[in-house]
Design a protein around this ligand. Sequence first.
Ligand code: DGL
Length: 274
Amino acid sequence: MFNVLFFDSGVGGLSVFRDVIAEYQEIEPCFLFDNAFFPYGDKPSDFIRNRVTDLIRRITEMYHFDMVVIACNTASTIALQSVRAAISIPVVGVVPAIKPAARLTKRKIIGLLATPGTVARSYTHDLIRDFAGGVQVLSIGTTELVRIAEDMLAGLSCNLGEIAEVLSPWTSLPEYRQPDVVVLGCTHFPHIKNEIHCIMPQAMLIDSGRAIGRRVRSLLGAMPKKMYPERETSVANVAFCTDMSMLSEQNRQVFNRFGFQKCLEFRPDAGQDM
Ligand code: DGL
């Protein structure tokens, strides 16, 4: 078994966790979500880079992990390099599935549905330049859908009208100018895939989850199996939030449903100020 830390601002990363576990079961997972600063999508890039790097460095100093999965596009597109430089175990990041989308589109128009942060990142622009040549990329940056996904997973009812409103820059176009492939470039969005499909039934919706699962399987599969699991410093099946006072009972139940038996607080004095 390998100890893997999954990281996100909220429950979005659970969509990646689910896809990784579907690919590879030899994992004792731990989840860290930064609910003190949720959502990430509207925060300044420097803040996200420093915050994510600091949190992951500190938690990996405290507990044993074999790998970190940054299950958040907003964080990966800005902090992947600095996290990799700060710790010595493999770090897998999640970035928008632009490359497969560009291969799949027949209309040569793809949609990127992500947070405002991810849409604005030079990392994302480079992905588009390198892998979507000759394809038109229409982007929507939204934090609204992130909140809707959190609420839905927590059992609150979903208002399809709100989702339709977010997607209206695309759905108001004549059909031949709409994207036929939509990249769910935020890990919260696979949780509301059915609802997005209701609004854009003709579009193919893709995300990076299964590809991350295959990447994790190939990296962990090549690591030597541990003879003596480092039980004393491992934290299997724990979900850490960064502010317990903001954790709702519904959110706790969401993590329980995904197999995380305990929710604890991880609050290093990072001295973070925005
Ligand atoms: N789930 C994250 C992502 O993939 C972050 C959403 C947010 O906190 O804004 O982008």
